[in-house]
Write a protein that binds this ligand. Sequence first.
Ligand SMILES: Cc1cc2nc3c(=O)[nH]c(=O)nc-3n(C[C@H](O)[C@H](O)[C@H](O)COP(=O)(O)OP(=O)(O)OC[C@H]3O[C@@H](n4cnc5c(N)ncnc54)[C@H](O)[C@@H]3O)c2cc1C
Length: 474
Amino acid sequence: MTKVLNPDICVIGGGAAGLSVAAGAAAFGVPVVLVERGLMGGDCLNHGCVPSKTLIAAARHAQAIRVAGRFGLTASEPVVDYARLHARIHDVIAGIAPHDSVERFAALGVDVLQSSGRFVDENTLAAGGHLIRARRFVIATGSAPAIPPIPGLDKVPFLTNETLFDLTRLPAHLVIIGAGPIGIEMAQAYRRLGAHVTVIESRRALADADPELSAFALAALGDEGVVLHQSTTIGAIEQIGGRIVLRCENASGAFSVEGSDLLVAAGRRANHASLGLAAAGIDHDANGIVVGPDLKTSNRRVHAIGDAAGGLQFTHVASYHARLVLQQVLFRLPAREDRAIVPRVTYTDPEIAEVGLSEAGARDKFGAVDVIRTDLILNDRARTDGVEAGLIKLVVGRRGRILGAGIAAPGAGELISMWSLAVANRMTLKQVRGYVAPYPTLSEIGKQAAISYYAPLAKNAVVRSVIRALRVFG
Ligand SMILES: Cc1cc2nc3c(=O)[nH]c(=O)nc-3n(C[C@H](O)[C@H](O)[C@H](O)COP(=O)(O)OP(=O)(O)OC[C@H]3O[C@@H](n4cnc5c(N)ncnc54)[C@H](O)[C@@H]3O)c2cc1C
């Protein structure tokens, strides 16, 4: 018999976004039903951030062995036991999984339904033999790999992020379709682990990043032996004698790329096809479910958050969205998404991290802006650690206000945090100049950049005459 549930909140999707809403609401004693059709923890834990960063960590160690000669050690070609690396990836996932588990959420007081959810009308979701009539619904159904309509792709075996981390052998030659953050991160990692890697991209690699910053990562990939074809279209794909062959074309003409394995990393599409959105009066477009700045859908009782909402697709965006929804639903306070405060990181070596406005975006919005560039090589810690190239770039508005920051450096994802704080709090370079940074750290480069902004002050005639006058007093 169909059971009717009447929670305050029904969350659809148990990934980063949905779990954050469910845990937050339960912490305040609010009745919540969480509907999850697959693995708790969603993409980030099972097929995304966690396995990819575990793989990247192994690749970084492999590369350290390879380049150890620069540090006065004996370098060698690393011996990779890929089956053990596969086991480690799944150990790391298993170590985090209890935090996202059905058991933990049940203990928090969340009613977890392990089933697919589908709206039957504007106020009701059907899931696992239940009808859920909640005061509010939160769609947090995430995204899936987009599969481009390339002739022949449907006839050859290929990997996506959902199957890549199940491999127990190192691909001999991995061909990657797509040079966005996922494709480029995986390209460098697999190359460092010893695979041949070729990447094919129809536009520009890392197209959403500032080209001046992404150039550092792309140069590193090139030096390490990743072959990258940009502005290249793939006309057809076929399997010939166990090899995958891609027929490509770019400005130089037609050519073929042949590999042992194929990874499709050609973007993401929001998961909403099976949600019955029409029955609930919820609009969607090519990017995902349509939401306003308050993350409400066209059905005002339904929010959509995380990857499903089709904006910036990061785990920290999923948790940020969850906070904005809780603010509205629990406390009835207004909340609006501010994309300018969201950091964007690509975990290559060097990492590329940005927050706020890019140089081009700031010029479009404000006309004249100042741009400060400081090379990482000016930083002592970069010297001691053998970092050969990198950059911090600050976009500065009137009265020294920090509009945006971009960093190409090892650990840029860590370094960008203080700039996220600065952008979110509309801070100025004067405040950055005034704080004390520990020596020797890479983070000092930000302070160096801030000081360079004020360097012309030292030559200012008025300032100099004031200092001269003050000398009279001894
Ligand atoms: C390879 C890779 C690496 C990444 N690395 C990073 C990184 O380093 N840093 C970062 O910030 N982000 C990273 N991301 C992005 C990050 O994983 C996503 O932004 C994040 O997982 C989005 O969380 P979500 O909760 O919106 O969606 P998801 O995690 O996808 O969760 C959605 C959940 O909804 C469930 N679901 C879907 N439809 C239904 C339905 N009808 N009924 C019930 N349940 C349903 C799904 O089973 C899933 O569990 C990476 C992504 C990939 C693919």
